[in-house]
Design a protein around this ligand. Structure first.
Ligand code: CP
Length: 311
């Protein structure tokens, strides 16, 4: 593996999942691998889990970690050929090459604008790092993808499944703010690679990018879709067609204990209680959100391990 910007970078998914589960049992077994190597983590946006779990993963491998909130650094220019006589101070070309001098791996979090669909689809921030860096890049959630989260989710389903082909449903939920499609996109891509009975439920008009959902069944009736599910993954995303807009806050789509049935409840967190999901679900034994968050460390650790071994 030369980089991890999308789950398409995974060479052998089942091996990655099994090795991550092994790492969880003995997190320090490769503590010499990253000695004298540095992970630089760059945040254009807020984070709790990604920041802490990726740092922990790197330290478990013996790496040094440097973290920069990019908004505290110089204003970066991403366009080629710009006359930089306005707000931007440093071009991504120099910045990325300079960071590469300090880092063995660079991890980047950069959310979408949710205003310019084409620009977001181009992944202009993440791909600028891929283009100009001389070291591997890890995606810590970009405009369109959250591959570390998706690997975590695959690990969690593997750990918890009680049948060979569990029924997994991704359900949209209401949210007052416009959120990216990244988590949902990567989860959909990941479920297409696993042996699961997978479907999506959301209100009409909330279709994700059809190049990602392909022929996955979509049911606009949430209660019907969730029947006999083994795993219900709840996530809000803003509108993809009317790009970045919140066209529904229909509270009927909030996940309740009744709709969950006997399924396990999954969510990437952070989650708004009693908006996205009711307390009774989050506070029940069916909620596996803390196990998911815990698995973020081992998803990141197996990714960093592969990058250290192959670069
Ligand atoms: N799930 C997730 O990526 O959490 P953070 O935004 O807190 O990193």
């Amino acid at each position: 593996m030369k980089k991890y910007t999308t789950i398409k970078d995974i060479v052998n998914l089942s091996e990655m999942i099994q090795k991550a589960i092994q790492l969880k049992k003995n997190p320090f077994q490769f503590e010499k691998l990253g000695q004298h190597k540095t992970l630089v983590m760059l945040f254009f946006n807020s984070s709790l889990r990604t920041r802490l779990s990726t740092e922990k993963a790197a330290k478990n491998l013996g790496m040094e970690v440097m973290i920069l909130n990019v908004n505290d650094a110089w204003n970066l220019e991403f366009e080629d050929g710009t006359i930089m006589n306005c707000k931007t101070t440093e071009h991504i070309k120099e910045a990325t090459q300079v960071i590469s001098e300090y880092a063995n791996i660079i991890a980047v979090r950069a959310f979408p604008t949710l205003k310019d669909k084409e620009k977001d689809a181009s992944e202009f921030v993440l791909n600028s790092f891929v283009k100009y860096a001389t070291v591997p890049i890890v995606n810590m959630e970009s405009s369109t993808a959250h591959p570390l989260q998706a690997l975590t989710d695959a690990i969690t389903i593997e750990e918890l499944k009680t049948k060979k082909q569990p029924k997994v449903v991704l359900s949209w939920a209401p949210h007052p703010k416009a959120l990216p499609q990244a988590v949902a996109n990567s989860f959909v891509e990941m479920m297409q690679l696993l042996d699961v009975d997978f479907s999506i439920t959301h209100p009409k008009g909330y279709e994700l990018n059809s190049e990602i959902t392909k022929n996955i069944p979509i049911d606009y009736d949430q209660e019907k879709a969730l029947k006999e599910a083994d795993f219900v993954y709840v996530k809000n995303w803003s509108n993809y067609t009317d790009y970045g807009k919140v066209i529904s806050e229909d509270a009927n789509w909030m996940l309740t204990k009744e709709k969950l049935g006997t399924a396990k409840f999954m969510h990437c967190l952070p989650v708004r209680r009693n908006v996205v999901v009711e307390d009774a679900v989050l506070d029940s034994e069916q909620s596996v959100v803390i196990q998911q968050a815990s698995n973020r460390t081992f998803a990141a650790q197996i990714v960093l391990k592969k990058l250290l071994e192959n670069n």
